[in-house]
Design a protein around this ligand. Structure first.
Ligand code: UD1
Ligand code: CA
Length: 487
């Protein structure tokens, strides 16, 4: 139901997204709409907008690589009212929408038509088109461009949109028009499907042009409307055709995401040097230094400090954590008040409880370090649990892999592992146990025991002194022999 302060139509909404074309100018083995912008396939953006608009049906028209595109969409939007219409041969945009007719046979209301390749277009702009279109049969989103290039031209008479003429079909006078077609529309469902069935393809490209519904509506007196964007809004409405456009869309999206974080209370010291994926969340008073990438489904709590050069993907960092420079964190959970890095690598399945310290050149994988545990230098902890307050000395390695299978290491609360130890899994170090430096541990260590596994040290008195004397004597003898030969 429409709210009183909401002037959008309260009619039922369906969305058709055109995404059957390959996107030849991308010069890619991957269909254009699967190329990512801010970490998400381009096609996700119009689908997201459709859901935000409150569409009860979303029909995606697919052709090239349709199995791949559908699989991607189903994984990202498992519960959305998404339907796929197949356009096996791309005969033009009108034909694409006609392919969605069967899916919308019993639908009565407004059909929004979006393109799969305009990721930076905001939902608010589509809602504005809805409001401007009102009772008209067709509403067209337009934009004013200094260089209108090959976009379809909006031809207006007496302030009314009467048709859209494709660049290739346009006279010089029409080409001079700088108000052009974005490729986003709202149309009355019945008018749309009746009209599409009657369109011909008598044009420069021999294609069925969706844009011809505008002339049909004007001729039938059914009413047309257009919302023409300018400036930044127009730039956001430009689609992606090649990789130059892709980079442009990426930059626009990055600026938007960074600005949102800063408005939410996050400090970005040099915003242009932070890379964000759509959906990343960061709490207030967190400081992010330059050259940081926050990727995938990443959540950073409030009051954290992320130093220069960190790459954090699909991870959760709780409040007050300090991630020092050049650390890589992937699919990990870092508890409140932890200190990580510099140069730490937390891999999949790492869980750091609160106030854990993981220092430089430490790698972890499927490792849980419980509250207050420390691994400050040069270690590998894989398939391991480190109990609360335990201390892992420099150079400790969990030997978790025998070339075939992985095994677990369990280190008890308050245990102390001396430097340069190898813990050959499966192995358990009991609570409060000590492992002497340089040990290779192959058997469980009971709680509170000391384990040593290295040869006992032997000191040979005076050995070094005698060695130096012997070497000096040998050198002297050699020099004398050389002198005699010269004489
Ligand atoms: C279209 C518009 C043009 C507008 C421009 C904006 C027409 C006739 N022209 O031209 O006025 O300025 O978009 O970018 O509509 N697609 C299909 N099946 C097809 C053809 C296209 O799914 O048979 C999809 C494409 O994958 C793409 C979108 O529709 O996502 C637009 O197609 P494209 O070929 O880029 O249209 P343009 O020629 O650029
Ligand atoms: Ca296009």
């Amino acid at each position: 139901m429409a709210r009183p302060d909401d002037n959008s139509s309260d009619r039922a909404k369906a969305v058709v997204i055109m995404a059957a074309g390959l996107g030849t100018r991308m010069r890619s083995a991957t269909i254009k709409v699967l190329h990512p912008v801010a970490g998400r396939p381009m096609i996700d953006y119009p689908v997201q907008s459709a859901l935000e608009l409150g569409a009860e049906r979303v029909v995606v028209v697919l052709g090239h690589q349709r199995e791949r595109v559908e699989a991607s969409l189903r994984a990202t939007f498992p519960d959305a009212p998404l339907e796929v219409a197949v356009q096996a041969e791309q005969l033009g945009t009108a034909h694409a929408v006609l392919c969605a007719r069967a899916a919308l046979e019993d639908f009565d209301g407004d059909v929004f038509i979006l393109s799969g390749d305009v990721p930076t277009l905001s939902t608010a702009t589509i809602a504005a088109l809805d409001a401007v279109t009102g009772d008209a049969a067709v509403g067209v989103l337009g934009m004013r461009l200094d260089d209108p290039a090959a976009y379809g031209r909006l031809v207006e008479e007496n302030g009314r949109l009467v048709r859209i003429t494709e660049y290739r079909d346009a006279s010089d006078a029409i080409r001079a028009i700088d108000r052009v077609n974005v490729g986003v529309y709202r149309a009355d469902a019945r008018f749309l499907f009746e009209t599409l069935g009657q369109l011909g393809s008598d044009n420069a490209q021999g294609e069925y042009y969706l844009t011809d519904i505008v002339a049909a509506a004007a001729e039938q007196g059914r009413g047309t409307a257009c919302l023409v964007l300018d400036g930044e809004a127009a730039a956001d409405a430009c689609g992606v055709n090649d990789r130059v456009d892709l980079a442009d869309a990426e930059q626009r999206m990055q600026r938007r995401l960074r600005a949102q974080l800063m408005r939410d209370g996050v400090t970005l010291i040099d915003p242009a040097r932070v890379t964000l994926h759509a959906g990343v969340e960061v709490g207030p008073d967190t400081v992010i230094e330059p050259d940081v990438s926050l990727l995938g489904q990443t959540f950073i709590g409030p009051g954290c400090h992320i130093e220069q050069g960190c790459r954090i993907s699909d991870s959760r960092i709780e409040h007050g954590a300090h991630i020092k420079g050049q650390s890589h964190i992937d699919q990990a959970h870092v508890g409140a008040g932890c200190q990580v890095g510099p140069f730490a690598r937390l891999r999949v399945g790492t869980v750091l409880h609160d106030k854990v310290k993981v220092g430089n050149f430490v790698e972890t994988k499927k490792a849980t370090l419980e509250a207050g545990a420390k691994a400050s230098h040069l270690s590998y902890l894989g398939d391991a649990r480190v109990g609360p307050g335990a201390n892992i000395g420099a150079g400790t390695i969990t030997c978790n892999y025998d070339g075939v299978n992985k095994f677990r290491t369990d280190i008890g609360a308050g245990a102390f592992i001396g430097s340069d130890s190898q813990l050959v899994a499966p192995v358990t170090i009991g609570d409060g146990a000590f492992v002497g430096a340089g040990s290779t541990i192959t058997q469980d260590v009971p709680a509170d025991a000391l384990a040593l596994s290295r040869p006992r040290q032997a000191n040979i008195a005076g050995w070094a002194e005698r060695r130096r004397a012997r070497l000096a004597a040998e050198a002297e003898a050699k020099a004398e022999a050389a002198g005699e030969r010269k004489d």
